[in-house]
Design a protein. Structure first.
Length: 295
């Protein structure tokens, strides 16, 4: 039924679990886990205040999911440069809200991008227009993914689960790209700001949503992370991206309660810990995967 395997901490992952404490000691900026920058696999949840931005470090390639609000553009660019990023294999703008795409223009001006993914939804805002200008200057045609589409990067499979290209919603959050990242031994689910309507639809489709890591949707708002969705995922680790003392009250207590009741073993919050870095088990056969003993 579930393809998820036990999340066992290796030595690099134990070190990675200490990244939060290191980040606090360095003023909220987390250091890289103990992996080679060219062969390491990790998910970086960048502290952008009240917004979202995640960097997937997949061997020598990188995928960026969202770029935080406008005032965090330089933060995201500088963080990527610190990690040795010179090119982005793919950029994914989950949905056109400013706290997710505000920094995208800065990113597109700083790094060459091989592919750009976004939902079939526009916004009449300056940040959206600047993002489109940046994509045009890159000479890249945006891809609108269809549920079931896959992107493979350094042996890791990214599967798009939602939304359908012709879907229509009253709530812009529900256009969020929902995506499963699968290394073959670990899975992480990213859902932008998708709310309970999308969660219910995904559960109803009886998809395999089981995962080890869950990027908590909508910054920990009570509109998302329903009990049924959490049961279907059964994550061991949850990461919340939000700003300190934000006016929305994120993360809301009801969500923290649901996460605990769902058996989540560790909940990270960028508002408290700064940037969170979680090592990922590399795909079998990759340069950084442990070699099997000879028979």
């Amino acid at each position: 039924m579930s393809r998820r395997k036990s999340y066992k901490l290796s030595v690099p992952q134990v070190v990675g679990a200490l990244v939060i404490l290191i980040g606090i000691a360095l003023g909220g900026k987390a250091a890289l886990p103990a992996t080679d920058a060219q062969t390491g696999y990790a998910a970086h949840f960048i502290d952008v205040g009240q917004g979202d931005s995640e960097l997937l470090q997949l061997g020598s390639e990188y995928v960026l999911i969202d770029a935080g609000p406008t005032d965090a553009g330089s933060t995201v660019v500088n963080y990527l440069k610190q990690q040795g990023v010179t090119r982005l294999r793919a950029v994914i703008a989950t949905h056109p809200h400013e706290d997710h795409i505000g920094g995208m223009a800065a990113v597109l001006a700083a790094f060459p991008v091989d592919s750009f993914y976004m939902p079939n939804k526009t916004a009449n805002t300056k940040v959206f227009s600047k993002m489109l200008d940046g994509i045009e200057k890159q000479g890249v045609k945006p891809t609108i993914p269809t549920p079931g589409d896959k992107l493979t990067v350094s042996g890791v499979t990214l599967t798009f689960l939602s939304p359908k290209p012709k879907a229509s919603f009253d709530n812009l959050n529900n256009y969020s790209i929902v995506m499963m990242v699968d290394t073959g031994t670990e899975r992480a689910l990213f859902a932008g700001d998708a709310e309970k309507e999308i969660e219910s639809a995904l559960v109803a489709q009886k998809l395999d949503l089981s995962c080890d890591v869950y990027k908590v949707s909508h910054h920990g708002s009570s509109t998302s992370s329903t009990a049924a969705f959490l049961k279907a995922m059964s994550p061991r680790i949850a990461v919340i991206s939000c700003g300190k003392d934000n006016s929305y009250g994120h993360p809301q207590k009801s969500v923290l309660t649901r996460l605990s009741q769902a058996g989540v073993e560790k909940i990270y919050n960028t508002a408290e810990s700064g940037t969170v870095v979680l090592p990922l088990s590399p795909p079998a056969g990759s340069a950084s995967s442990p070699k099997e003993n000879a028979a």
